[in-house]
Write a protein that binds this ligand. Structure first.
Ligand SMILES: [Zn+2]
Length: 325
């Protein structure tokens, strides 16, 4: 790479220091730098604040403010461009335009789906890319096929008189499922309901769904609930009443995942790129150097070097749980 490349390291999220200092998905919003929030999943949100503003989409600012119980206002910089990341509603990638262009993807999905535009590669000098499913074994089945199998499973169970719960992430996948099953007017449990109401406000497009209320519910129905451990009160209450449970996440590609949740079924629908999509995304961006982060960073970096001949290095940090992605 010509000229001095910016310093890139794990420090308060990802710190990039060149002509401009920038934090991507920082834990602390700092006053002396540009702060960018890619989306409102908890592992990407700030926890403390020197100032209360960041570059992010309006939806992300609204959802993030709700989750961290502080109002985060919009910031802007003529050095930062936003591009759709296609991961969840409001998710964005950021292009920092200094002497070297640096693209940070956050979590990304390249597929157009459920009214959302997928991430498109952007030419860059340096690419910072997520590696959640960065192992070659993660190749997702076709999304429409899995959705069809899931619908058959839901409708068969309802026809047999069983209530059904689909367990997934409160922000993103829950709203996608609520849209997909709008004909069944699903009940939304707790945080799924409150999150969906915020999304509804932001996008101005009402959902056809109902609020969960255990006292008023009887007979077969579909519910969308947050992912929860085996021992929750909700699980045991409805298990005794014949409910069938399924988890909806890309992680069910690993067989142990479904078993560890003690559920009846699992559907590998993901809001992330799978391994081949990550490789193709990198190819499309034509970077001189790649840094991988979140998830299987080492494996993805090695594969990028081997398959594309592009210098690639992992940026690693102590993540608490892959479930949070
Ligand atoms: Zn995410």
């Amino acid at each position: 790479m010509a000229g001095d490349a910016p310093l890139i390291r794990l420090n308060n999220g990802i710190e990039v220091t060149g002509e401009t200092k920038c934090y991507f998905d920082p834990r602390k919003i700092k006053a002396d730098a540009i702060n960018c929030i890619s989306h409102a999943h908890s592992d990407h949100l700030p926890r403390s604040f020197e100032v209360h503003k960041a570059i992010a989409s309006a939806v992300t600012l609204r959802c993030a403010s709700e989750r961290v119980k502080r109002t985060i206002g919009p910031d802007q910089s003529d050095r930062v461009e936003m591009h759709d990341a296609g991961h969840i509603i409001g998710s964005q990638m950021f292009m920092l335009k200094d002497s070297h262009k640096v693209l940070y993807t956050g979590d990304l999905c390249p597929q157009d789906r459920m009214g959302m535009t997928g991430a498109r590669p952007v030419k860059t000098d340096i690419l910072l890319i997520e590696a959640t499913y960065g192992r070659p074994k993660y190749v997702f089945p076709h999304r429409d096929k899995i959705a069809g199998i899931m619908r058959d499973w839901v409708e068969d169970n309802l026809a047999q008189g069983h209530p059904v719960a689909l367990m997934t992430y409160a922000l993103g996948k829950s709203q996608a499922l609520a849209r997909y099953f709008s004909d069944l007017e699903p009940y939304l449990h707790g945080s799924v309901w409150s999150t969906t109401k915020i999304v509804e406000e932001c996008c101005g497009d009402p959902f056809s769904c109902r609020q969960y209320d255990a006292d008023k519910m009887d007979g077969p129905f579909l519910m969308i609930s947050p992912m929860d451990g085996r021992a929750s009160d909700f699980r045991s209450y409805w298990h005794k009443r014949g409910m069938r449970f399924a988890v909806v996440t890309g992680w069910v590609m690993d067989g142990w995942w479904k078993r560890s949740f003690g559920v009846d079924e699992g559907f590998p629908l993901s809001d992330h790129a799978d391994f081949p999509e990550l490789i193709e995304f990198v190819r499309g961006c034509s970077p001189s150097r790649v840094y991988t982060t979140h998830g299987f960073a080492e494996e993805l970096a090695a594969s990028i070097q081997e398959k594309l001949g592009i210098e690639a290095l992992p940026l690693q940090r102590k993540q608490r749980s892959l479930v949070e992605y």
